[in-house]
Design a protein around this ligand. Structure first.
Ligand code: HMG
Ligand code: MG
Length: 299
């Protein structure tokens, strides 16, 4: 059995780190990740630099990566987060071939994250998707706060499924379900996953767990037991979400890879190179990252 991992550290991770990474440092990190066998990744975002300063310069980054990094590897999918037509135009002008649109399951998070209602976010996404179609750009989707919202608390499954179905109708090639603030538990994951699978083909479902309460690996296992084969994770467990106070990073890529490899599930990723990358990051950031694997001697 094989699982597909999308590395979101350079976007979801760095967007919320105190450390400022230069374009050159972001490029080096991505190069290290590709060396570890990463094929699917999010290098950055074309969002407002006022709202998320750490993602500024993603256009420059993409141009540099295309010129001297991606060309060394085969079949790399580099996806950039795009919130509106302005971001999409930058993506087009930069030669990007893959973007991710994003929406929230709750009104309060939509307002805090994108300064608009869910309805308005769908109007923006319609524009983005039309621009993508005209320019033969692939579109991935994200739905946030599917297990809980920092402002509204519990989120009903029916609410999530309603927005998910609408997003899927955009023709996204994958839809990633975000536990934005890491509140999910395995029982809840099993229940929602089965309902999502009744709505969306399994191969297009992605689970995106933040590890705020240390439940992400258990939640991945619960999704895996339901048949899900796509997960997002972040090198070292970098990051969080700038509009979800208290949210820590995504589950660490190397911890997910270690669990899967121990269970005989293939990922195509090189665990040692992932751990090396995290240790290098920890050194340059001057702090320990949440990763478990980076703290032990690998045998
Ligand atoms: P706004 O301030 O309402 O935008 O922000 P506006 O349309 O009113 O424009 C205001 C100014 O921003 C204008 O410039 C625009 O040109 C500029 P001015 O005329 O004042 O000089 N502007 C832009 N500049 C660059 N790129 C753009 C852009 N758009 C407008 N794309 C906006 C609305 C959506 C832009 C803003 O709220 C935003 O960028 N939000 C993104 C926040 C974000 O990135 N959050 C994190 C990612 S989502 C996440 O992490 C969750 C996920 O991981 C899944 C999970 O865990 O659940 C995906
Ligand atoms: Mg996230």
């Amino acid at each position: 059995m094989k699982v597909k991992i999308t590395e979101v550290g350079p976007r979801d991770g760095l967007q919320n780190e105190k450390s400022v990474f230069s374009i050159a440092q972001r490029k080096t990190l991505i190069n290290d990740l590709l060396k570890a066998g990463v094929k699917h990744l999010e290098p950055g975002a074309f969002v407002s630099p006022v709202w998320v300063p750490r993602m500024a310069g993603s256009d420059k980054l993409h141009k540099q990566l295309s010129k001297s990094v991606f060309s060394k590897y085969k079949n790399i999918r580099a996806t950039y987060l795009v919130p509106n037509a302005i971001g999409m135009q930058t993506a087009i002008d930069s030669g990007v071939k893959d973007v991710a649109i994003f929406a929230s399951s709750t009104e309060a998070f939509a307002q805090r994250n994108t300064n608009c209602s869910i309805k308005e976010s769908f109007e923006r996404m319609t524009e983005v998707v039309n621009m993508a179609k005209q320019n033969k750009i692939k579109v991935r989707g994200y739905l946030s706060t599917v297990f809980g919202c920092p402002y509204e608390g519990k989120v009903s499954e029916s609410k999530v499924l309603k927005v998910a179905e609408k997003m899927f109708d955009f023709g996204v090639y994958e839809l990633s379900f975000g536990d934005t603030i890491g509140v999910a538990n395995p029982k809840q994951v099993r229940s929602l996953t089965k309902k999502i699978q009744a709505l969306i083909p399994n191969e297009k479902i992605v689970m995106h767990f933040h590890d705020t309460r240390g439940m992400a690996l258990a939640n991945i296992l619960a999704s895996l037991d339901c048949g899900v084969k796509n997960f997002d994770s972040s090198i070292g467990g970098l990051g969080g979400c700038p509009y979800a106070e208290g949210a820590t990073g995504n589950v660490a890529t190397e911890d997910v890879v270690n669990m899967l490899h121990q269970m005989g599930v293939k990922t195509g990723l090189d665990l040692e190179q992932l751990v090396k990358t995290t240790r290098k990051l920890e050194k340059s950031m001057g702090r320990a990252l949440p990763s478990k694997l980076s703290k032990i001697k690998l045998s």
